[in-house]
Ligand binder design. Structure first.
Ligand SMILES: [Zn+2]
Ligand SMILES: [Zn+2]
Length: 383
């Protein structure tokens, strides 16, 4: 298919023309080539072109699409692409309007200053990394100084690499499409495929005058020792997002983000359960029988704990607000204390004698739980 003429050229206006100027130009050109008034050869053809150009430029949606992609943006059949492997999501209305918005903001002036181009700016890729912290750092929060190397848009060209927004031209090799068709001979005959235009790397545009600040690179490398603030109470696996510190964009596109996944080392003493912290506290049988006040470790220091009379092995006591800080809140979880009754494995002669006295009293008072249990089971199963 023959290449179609640029619509701005057809109407004899600049790409910055306002809707009023477009309308005026259309009236003028339509009058000039109207088949009733102009009988010169080719006038009817010209009139058709003028109509078509005005159809595109008077429709903001179509105009924006044309400004981005040229003819294939408004007519996927144009330029002989036939929609094969193309004309898909790139030209889909919804996807496009996003690109258009970004493009408009990058030129700072909306559609009026928009340049004829194919591809819009491309956002840089996100980067993922991991950072290990200790259990106590996750409890108390920490500031980690990490050496970062990332990119920032050049302040002069805002990432485009061109000295001014007008210093672009449509790539002559791919005509702004960013992709080129080529024919290959295969066993099955000639096959036509597409690939990224090597001239513009798929961007569809070439820089005419390089930005003098960044020499056309568009993005400058920044190295800094970044102070990463890790909040108090952070959970294992939580990702922190550092906006704009990922890979650089292309043609004024935003830089990607850097995600840092926090890996919290486990503790042998303290176990995280939601925002609570659990510990296992060994106590003596005497403390379990008589009750006691004991010292207990918490992540914030040693605390006094009252063990009531007659606790059982596995009972759980609680110290309020000694757990993790709840993120985005002023409240804290609790420390949960599982009591583990530790029976002494070696006794002095004196101790042994005293325990024996206690046992005799237990037997006399029929307080030993074993007898009652055995009696119950004997009756139940008729043993
Ligand atoms: Zn190209
Ligand atoms: Zn620059």
């Amino acid at each position: 298919m023959a290449e179609k003429k640029d619509v701005y050229e057809t109407l004899g206006i600049s790409k910055n023309a306002s809707q009023d100027e477009i309308k005026q130009a259309y009236r003028k050109m339509a009058k000039k080539y109207h088949p009733d008034l102009n009988h010169e050869p080719g006038a009817a053809e010209k009139f058709k072109e003028v109509q078509e150009a005005y159809d595109i430029l008077s429709d903001t949606n179509k105009k924006a699409r044309y400004d981005q992609f040229g003819w294939p943006g408004v007519d996927p059949q144009a330029g002989g692409f036939g929609g094969q492997g193309f004309g898909g999501q790139d030209f889909d209305g919804a996807g496009f309007s996003d690109l258009g918005d970004i493009f408009a903001s990058f030129f700072g002036g909306g559609a009026r200053q928009r340049q004829s181009s194919s591809a819009g700016p491309v956002r840089g890729e996100d980067i993922y990394s991991q950072l290990r912290i200790t259990f106590m750092e996750s409890v108390k929060g920490v500031i980690k100084v990490i050496p970062l190397s990332y990119y920032r848009k050049c302040s002069n060209c805002r990432g485009t690499g061109a000295q001014t927004p007008r210093d672009f031209e449509t790539c002559p090799r791919c005509n702004g499409i960013g992709r080129i068709r080529y024919t290959q001979q295969t066993l099955l005959g000639a096959m036509t495929s597409e690939r990224t235009c090597p001239e513009c790397n798929g961007v569809g545009k070439k820089i005419k005058v390089r930005c003098t600040t960044c020499n056309g690179a568009g993005y400058e490398r920044i190295k800094e020792n970044y102070e990463l603030r890790i909040p108090q109470g952070i959970n294992n696996g939580r990702q922190l997002r550092l906006q704009g510190k990922g890979n650089p964009g292309k043609l004024g596109g935003e830089c990607g983000d850097l995600y840092i996944e926090i890996q919290v080392e486990s503790s042998t003493t303290f176990k995280r359960e939601g925002n609570n912290i659990r510990i296992e506290l060994p106590i003596s049988p005497l403390d379990a029988i008589l009750g006691a006040t004991v010292d207990v470790p918490t992540v914030y220091g040693i605390e006094k704990l009252n063990i009531p009379i007659g606790v059982q092995n596995g009972d759980v006591l609680k110290i309020k607000n000694k757990g993790f800080k709840v993120i985005n809140s002023d409240s804290f979880g609790d420390e949960l204390i599982t009591l583990i009754i530790k029976t002494p494995t070696s006794l002095s002669k004196e101790e042994k004698a005293m325990y024996e006295v206690l046992r005799q009293s237990e037997l006399k008072g029929k307080n030993r739980p074993t007898e009652a249990y055995t009696d119950k089971v004997k009756k139940l199963y008729k043993l």
